[in-house]
Design a protein around this ligand. Structure first.
Ligand code: NAD
Length: 357
């Protein structure tokens, strides 16, 4: 029987509540598929600051490096907002991504028919949207040198090497092979030298994937096309800054922050987490939507463990739970609903996984 080690970082706020439900879904899917999971829990963010004084203890980074994958909830909260930047909870997450060289951030955006009215866009525009944003995560202007301030000016540097672009392009083309075989590379090659290198490099990598159709789009047009006609996209690949903005824009097509999973992957393993934060306003009330984290667990099964059957069981259970009307309060305004708590939603998903053929 295959056995995997999962590093669990629940974090702060609703993190503990949602990760608990994702673990239950993982266990149910593993039992069905005949593999086992061993969980090791680690501290990060505010919880780590309170316990040991730093947002990413060495033990957490080591544990994450030694695991087959990291299941992560969320970090942050007002309690830690006034600390110096390097001691804030968010620095822990950035350091973890850097430490694992998790260079590829994948954010699938799928619109569930049962929640079609949750989107602020018209139902006709969003029905059937199924796209994946692949964002380069550890390079570009967020990390480029030099950066700083001098008197009355401030500067950052957008820099990419061919190697950095090649490896993210390979991730995008490989993902497209398992989807509708279309990659749209987003840049600003009409203005930026770094984007010209990006475009040339992606085009060169594309020659290794002759069955995938490659297109290029300027980022300003992409921002517009995402809300005008999002169904045209399959896989979007882009750099760190453009990806930060476009992936948030794309996530809102579905209209529901509590439903969207993500992964940040490096050479092996990866960090699997919901796109939302620690939601301090609802923490401890048992009403957080656990589905984004449960869907992140499905991505973990598929991308880090290669357990595709388990991933499909979890995804199907989530879809069915929504079709059957189960709703945590954040999505309770849409359709005939059965209101439920975080734990009840988790239990429904587990039951549906257990019943799956
Ligand atoms: P947030 O995503 O935590 O919350 C935004 C709004 O969405 C809130 O009203 C919240 O109640 C709601 N929400 C979020 N997730 C939900 C869920 N699963 N179910 C139901 N409702 C949900 O963003 P914020 O309020 O801007 O940030 C709160 C804290 O989280 C901050 O400290 C921020 O730095 C941190 N943060 C962490 C991450 C991360 O850990 N990856 C990401 C974003 C923000």
């Amino acid at each position: 029987m295959a056995a995997y080690n999962i590093a669990v970082i629940s974090g702060d706020g609703i993190g503990v509540e949602i990760v608990r439900e994702a673990r239950r879904a993982l266990d149910a899917a593993a039992a069905k598929e005949g593999f086992s999971l061993k969980y090791n829990e680690f501290l990060m963010g505010g919880a780590a600051i309170d316990a040991v004084g730093v947002p990413l203890p060495d033990e957490t980074l080591e544990g994450a490096k030694n695991a087959d994958a990291v299941l992560f909830g969320a970090i942050g909260g007002t309690k830690w907002d006034n600390l110096p930047r390097h001691l804030r909870p968010e620095s822990g997450l950035l350091a973890l991504r850097k430490g694992l060289d998790a260079f590829a951030n994948l954010r699938p955006v799928q619109v569930f028919d049962a929640l079609i009215d949750a989107s602020t866009l018209k139902a006709d525009v969003v029905r059937g949207v199924d796209l994946l944003v692949v964002r380069e995560l550890v390079g570009g202007i967020y990390f480029g040198e030099p950066k700083g301030r001098e008197g009355g000016k401030a500067f950052n540097t957008m820099v990419y090497t061919e190697r950095e672009v090649e490896r993210i392009a390979h991730i995008a083309f490989k993902a497209a092979l398992k989807r509708r075989r279309k990659v749209c590379s987003v840049d600003k090659a009409n203005v930026l030298d770094v984007s010209q290198l990006w475009r040339e490099t992606v085009s060169r990598v594309a020659q290794e994937y002759p069955t995938v159709e490659l297109s290029h789009m300027y980022v300003d047009n992409a921002a517009m096309q995402l809300v005008r006609a999002p169904k045209q996209f399959d896989v979007i690949v882009t750099g760190n800054l453009f990806g930060d903005i476009l992936s948030d824009e794309a996530s809102m097509i579905s209209g529901s922050i509590g439903l969207l999973p993500s992964s940040s992957q490096g050479v092996r393993g990866g960090i699997f987490e919901p796109i939302h934060g620690s939601a301090p306003d609802i923490a401890g009330q048992g009403i957080a939507n656990p589905l984004a984290t449960i869907l992140s667990a499905a991505m973990l099964c598929e991308h880090a463990l290669g357990e595709i059957g388990a991933a499909r069981r979890i995804e199907n259970a989530v879809r069915t739970a929504l079709e059957q009307g189960y709703r945590t309060p954040d999505i309770a305004s849409y359709g005939a609903v059965k209101r439920c708590s975080t734990e009840e939603m988790g239990a429904v998903v587990v039951k549906l996984i257990n019943e799956s053929k």
